[in-house]
Design a protein around this ligand. Structure first.
Ligand code: PLP
Length: 390
């Protein structure tokens, strides 16, 4: 029996880097609450602030602009709800390919929400943002635009800087969910020109359950979580010291790893050539757009994504379905549908994503296992259908 295990689901969560685990183990021995004034508290506070410096350095901001959260989902919710709750924003403009944490937060807020389309290659176009901003927001309030830096399913990189420049002409606020981009491509807050940026530690080799919202100074903002005065009154609650220490360390390491991660595009291209050689009918999503080097999303027409994911899993290869699966219910990817993929094709898409601990032979293993399980299964069922017809 082949017991090899190949993990190719880094966009879901990347493995914890050993240096991060070591930093977190040291933090586990701390007793103090970072808000306490005694020596134990002061030491814990120092660890939190060192981590804040490391996170801030990765995206090029002063540390005071970093607000720690419980992850990307909370950072996204805080960005949208935080501005809307002030009453100064009366319209949200979000792209159709955003993560559910943006789309569903927008839907839950009591303001008008405009959904921006994308091209068939999965790119949100600045012209559509302009067209939308040309009409005033209801009640004369402001507009908040939320566009992600890179899509989690397709890896397609979005023109956030261009969108932010257009938004500035209309005085609109811009939030960017950079959860998938940070640590994979350079992301600098000031260069993007956005007002808020969401980050999550577990996508870059840090722990799950911790992230940050990077905020411009002097934004109109109402906290989502009320209570103590932590995080300069922007997010109450005792800090997740161990998680924050791990997040900081992951950010410090991510800066060094950026060139290696960009080079993963060579493997991705080799993977996609292999996919098309094995199954010329396969459809690769976002292929003509600028993409993250670590992500490939493609459909094998005629074989459901869940069947592919399960067959690969049985052979020790972990990937995701392009369709999101939560609480046992599989829903067809809204991202691929926004790109114009027919629901049947979108339901046949899988996502392969790799990262800091991947090896080139993971690509070979994926290709041979996918060929032996999924493509062969598809050919057999095609053969049966042809035999039944004849
Ligand atoms: N935004 C994007 C683009 C994501 O891919 C994810 C996670 O998959 C999130 C937000 C949510 O982040 P977290 O898992 O830290 O809540």
């Amino acid at each position: 029996m082949n017991t090899a295990v190949t993990y190719l689901d880094y966009n879901a969560t990347a493995p914890l880097k050993p240096q991060v685990a070591a930093a977190m183990r040291t933090a586990l021995d701390q007793t103090g609450n970072p808000s306490s004034v005694h020596r134990h508290g002061r030491l814990a506070r120092r660890l939190v602030e060192e981590a804040r410096d490391q996170v801030a350095a990765l995206v090029g901001v002063p540390p005071r602009q970093v607000v720690f959260t419980s992850g990307g989902t909370e950072a996204n919710a805080m960005a949208l709800a935080g501005l809307v709750s002030t009453g100064k924003v009366t319209r949200l403009v979000v792209s159709a390919i955003e993560h559910a944490s943006v789309l569903e937060t927008a839907a839950a807020l009591p303001v008008e929400t405009v959904i921006l389309p994308c091209t068939p290659d999965g790119v949100v176009e600045v012209e559509n943002v302009r067209a939308c901003l040309a009409a005033p927001a209801p009640g004369g309030g402001g507009t908040l635009i939320s566009v992600m830096a890179a899509n989690n399913e397709t890896g397609v990189i979005q023109p956030v800087g261009e969108i932010a420049r257009a938004a500035a002409e209309y005085g609109a606020f811009v939030h960017c969910d950079a959860v998938q981009a940070v640590g994979k491509i350079p992301v600098r807050f000031a260069e993007l020109g956005v007002h808020m940026l969401s980050l999550s530690a577990h996508k870059l080799g840090g722990p799950m359950g911790v992230g940050a919202l990077v905020m411009k100074d002097d934004l109109p903002f109402a906290p989502l979580v009320h209570g103590g005065g932590q995080e300069m009154k922007r997010r109450a609650g005792t800090e997740n010291l161990i998680g924050i220490v791990g997040f900081g360390k992951a950010c410090a390491l991510a800066a060094e790893d950026l060139p290696a991660l960009a080079a993963l595009a060579v493997w991705r291209d080799r993977l996609e050539r292999g996919v098309l050689e094995t199954a010329p009918e396969a459809v690769i999503f976002g292929r003509n757009a600028q993409r993250l080097g670590n992500t490939s999303c493609f459909a094998l027409p005629g074989l459901k994504a869940e069947t592919q994911v399960m067959a690969l899993d049985l052979a020790g290869v972990s990937v995701s379905a392009g369709a999101a699966c939560s609480s046992g219910k599989v829903t067809v990817s809204h991202v691929l549908q926004a790109m114009g993929a027919a629901p049947d094709l979108a339901a046949e898409a899988i996502r392969v994503s790799f990262g800091w601990n991947s090896r080139e032979d993971d690509i070979d293993r994926f290709l041979s296992v996918w060929n032996e399980t999924c493509v062969a299964k598809r050919r057999r069922s095609e053969g049966r259908t042809a035999a039944a017809r004849s």
